[in-house]
Design a protein around this ligand. Structure first.
Ligand code: FES
Length: 104
């Protein structure tokens, strides 16, 4: 399945993502070094913050309280904000587009 990633400069690139990884891992493993993912996916750093394509937003698993709190600490939160490490990438999400959020 394909994941479409838009970097902070607005450049879009489709990457091949492995079913079972998280969106954060798929982005990081494809060389987007601006997605720091400092905590390695433990839902404690918010450096994997992305904005999800509205078309797909409703298909994602619900936001946990921890994720919600972390997103609140980010200046670039909007209604489509998620932490990439909290989104398991599955074949259902083929074509999902995410934009890497701006740094605080
Ligand atoms: Fe740290 Fe997602 S990688 S919260």
């Amino acid at each position: 399945p394909k994941l479409i990633v838009v970097n902070r400069a607005g450049e879009e690139r489709a990457v091949e993502a492995i079913d079972g990884l998280t969106v954060m891992e798929a982005i990081r493993d494809n060389g987007f070094d601006e997605l720091l993912a400092l905590c390695g996916g433990c839902c404690s750093c918010a450096t994997c913050h992305v904005h999800v394509d509205p078309e797909f937003f409703g298909m994602l698993p619900p936001i946990s309280e921890d994720e919600d709190d972390l997103l609140d600490s980010s200046g670039d939160r909007n209604e489509y904000s998620r932490l990439g490490c909290q989104i398991p990438f599955t074949a259902d999400l083929d074509g999902l587009k995410v934009t890497i959020a701006q740094e605080d």
